[in-house]
Design a protein around this ligand. Structure first.
Ligand code: GDP
Ligand code: MG
Length: 696
């Protein structure tokens, strides 16, 4: 910590390019980050996720889970060019942590598994990259395990998921010799289709050039033609060459590849093995030639015209340096002490650090393109774009970016094990929510519960772990209360009289009310029909207050809704009557009235939208039905190929555990969004159980 960095960023070199590693959980992003650091010489040996020795995933939460729970930042130089890596967690509960950083990246590497049946796991990310216009490349990892024919089948699955054409840049060579796979199993090397050269992987080192195996030649020609035709769609001169059956100059092909990748017109697909280093140097070269310069990302963030800005993509509170704003420097250098605009306020940049996993190295300043951690800049929030103070041309926007976080489908009501930790708890929750926008914390006034909402159970489990480890706050947790309500079925007239004669001053209040049910959603009405001064004007609000008191907890134990109350009569005493006495009388009248007005339970019903891979929609529908859901429709997803959407009305109580159930039936992919729709009557044994549980 705090050592000086060995980073060299000599004057005149190209700016740092930011590479985001994205894709489903477990495909090997963190391992690939490690392999890139090793192959570029930034670290002396390659650690492994299993052994807990990688630069990334250094947090106790990530180490103990054996997978990323937050984004990892790293950097390296390759052949004189500086690069910053953002390794994004792929797990559903944690993926949101990297979204703001992804928006600021120059290029994303989508790391995927070679098994065609898992291709759809990558679809949500491919769609997002298209939508945001982030140039990207696909890295088919664990290639040594690819079955013969798997890469072709994988591409057939992937092509319809991508707006831009996929350009397969390499084909695998199998152990038996050929790329066709008859005979061979394990992948031992690849053919580079642009250069028409064959290579054999060498674990831990650069691949070795070999003669083109005879049996890959046919497939090489087919795939190379396909690649060139894809490029020719964007290059008329190349099209001419292909039409006249000439062989294009290698320089032209390479230049087109670089231009089309950087311009997000074509998505290259390369192969490799992060674990053994196969294809990793090839990927480095691709990034060096084809990742666009930071200006493009600055444009995407509307920061291109200013005198410099810092795009903050994460607040980190956990490290030894205290609160740090992690962000990308855009447009102009950033130095310690520079003044930045946080909304309308000015904040001074504190110390500037370069980050390598959990290590930070202090620097005097950062160049455009660099990803850094900046101390101080109080008030800066995740997703904010901070402009240079006093810049002649202010950046276009300084507000947060429109990142669509996944729905928060897990909730826990928490209480401290030791009441003396209550203050510590709210400070800690404030910090945790600040660094994790997918996390939300509310204090429910009605139920007096502190409710924590996160993406899924796994997410909240990690949050509770951090709460305990970092802030020393131990909590107990249980599912939050469901907001049941009650209403009445019939009208009733009821007198409430409060009379007390004890020594000196007595108490006297007396009222008669009529209550009747209102339509669903109309809430509460109070009408005063007193005539002839049966109750003096000044006591009438007190009666209404008493009525409202009684409605906070009705005969079944829940807040009462949709009831009209008319005050029709009463009496008073010139000495003993008081506001308090009338409030008590109002409450007594209302409590008795409600009890004899046939009260019944209302439960919240949510509108639920489930998105799940094709084929699992009907299973999702049965899961919803067995949770008392009413299915409104099951149809193909409106935007995503090979996905289905199920819409249903579901009691809120049916949401408990739904996320886990949907994921378990869909390779972890199915998810839902739910929002309150209406209150509906609940009767029978379900209602009895709810009332009994409330009484207990
Ligand atoms: N066979 C094989 N396993 C790999 C490769 N890359 C990563 N893995 C393993 O895949 C698992 C998940 O890797 P990790 O880097 O944590 O994946 P992430 O979730 O995408 O970051 C670990 O057990 C790795 O050792 C590879 O190229 N080949
Ligand atoms: Mg990871």
């Amino acid at each position: 910590m705090g050592s000086t960095s060995n980073r060299n960023n000599p004057q005149g070199s190209r700016p740092t390019r930011a590479v985001a590693l994205v894709g489903p959980a477990g495909t090997g992003k963190t391992t690939l980050a490690e392999a890139l650091l090793y192959a570029s010489g930034a670290i002396p040996r390659q650690g492994s996720v299993e052994a807990g020795t990688t630069v990334g995933d250094a947090s106790p939460e990530a180490r103990s889970r054996g997978g990323s729970t937050e984004l990892n930042l790293m950097h390296f130089d390759y052949l004189g060019d500086p690069f910053a890596l953002v390794d994004m967690p792929g797990g559903a509960g944690f993926a949101a942590d990297g979204l703001n950083a992804l928006m600021a990246a120059d290029i994303a590497v989508v790391v995927i598994d070679p098994a065609p049946e898992r291709a759809m796991l990558a679809e949500p990310m491919l769609r997002r990259l298209d939508e945001w216009g982030v140039p990207h490349v696909l890295f088919v990892n664990k290639i040594e395990n690819a079955r013969p024919g798997a890469v072709e089948a994988l591409l057939d699955e992937l092509r319809p998921m991508s707006r831009e054409p996929l350009a397969l840049r390499q084909i695998p060579i199998h152990a038996g010799g050929g790329a066709t796979g008859d005979g061979g199993e394990h992948v031992t090397g690849y053919v580079d289709l642009a250069l028409e050269r064959a290579y054999r992987y060498r674990p831990g080192g650069a691949s070795e050039k070999i003669d083109m195996p005879e049996d890959v030649a046919a497939r090489e020609r087919t795939e190379r033609t396909r690649l060139l035709e894809t490029l020719a769609d964007f290059d008329d001169a190349l099209l001419e060459v292909l039409l006249t059956d000439e062989t294009p100059e290698p320089g032209v092909v390479m230049a087109d590849l670089a231009e089309d990748t950087a311009g997000n017109q074509v998505v290259p697909v390369v192969l490799g093995s992060a674990l053994s280093g196969g294809g990793v140097r090839r990927l480095l070269k691709l990034l060096r030639h084809e990742a666009p310069m930071p200006e493009r990302a600055a444009e995407r963030l509307h920061a291109e015209d200013g005198d410099g800005a810092l795009h903050v993509f994460k607040i980190a509170n956990g490290g030894a340096m205290g609160r740090l704003a992690l962000g990308r420097v855009l447009g102009a250098p950033l130095c310690e002490g520079d003044e930045l605009m946080v909304g309308d306020e000015t904040a001074r940049a504190g110390s500037i650090f370069f980050v390598q996993g959990e290590k930070t190295a202090k620097h005097g300043g950062a160049a455009p393109g660099d990803i850094v951690a900046v101390a101080k800049v109080d008030g800066a929030r995740c997703g904010a774009l901070l402009a240079r103070k006093g810049g002649a041309k202010p950046v276009e926007r300084t507000t947060e970016l429109p990142v669509d976080y996944p729905a928060r489908n897990a909730a826990l009501a928490i209480t401290t094990k030791d009441r003396r930790d209550d203050v510590k708890l709210s400070t800690a929750l404030h910090r945790l929510c600040e660094e994790d926008p997918a996390l939300e914390w509310t204090q429910d006034d009605a139920s007096h519960e502190t409710v924590l909402r996160g993406i899924n159970d796994e997410h909240l489990a990690v949050v509770l772990g951090r709460l305990q480890r970092r802030y020393g706050v131990a909590v107990e947790s249980r599912p939050p209360r469901i907001a049941y309500r009650e209403s009445i079925r019939r009208g009733v007239t009821q007198r409430g009289r409060h009379k007390k004669q004890s020594g000196g001053h007595g108490q006297y209040g007396d009222c008669v009310i009529e209550i009747r049910p209102l339509a669903r959603g109309e809430g509460f009405q109070f009408v005063d029909r007193i005539s002839g001064g049966a109750i003096p004007k000044q006591y009438i609000p007190a009666v209404e207050m008493g009525v409202r008191d009684a409605m906070e907890k009705g005969p079944l134990g829940f807040p009462v809704v949709d009831v009209a109350v008319t005050l029709i009569d009463g009496s008073f005493h010139s000495v003993d009557s008081s506001e308090l006495a009338f409030r008590t009388a109002g409450r007594m009248a209302m409590l008795e009235a409600l009890a004899s007005a046939a009260p019944f339970l209302l439960e919240p019903i949510c509108k639920v939208t489930v998105d799940t891979p094709a084929g699992s929609g009907s299973k999702a529908g049965s899961a919803l039905s067995s949770r008392r859901g009413q299915i409104l429709g099951l149809a193909p997803h409106p935007d995503w190929l090979r996905w289905e959407r199920v819409e249903a009305l579901l009691p809120e109580s049916g949401l408990h555990g739904l996320d886990a159930e949907l994921r378990s039936m869909s390779q972890g992919l199915g998810s839902y969004r739910a929002g309150f729709d209406h209150l509906a009557e609940l009767g029978g044994k379900h209602a009895d159980e709810v009332v009994k549980a409330r009484a207990a």
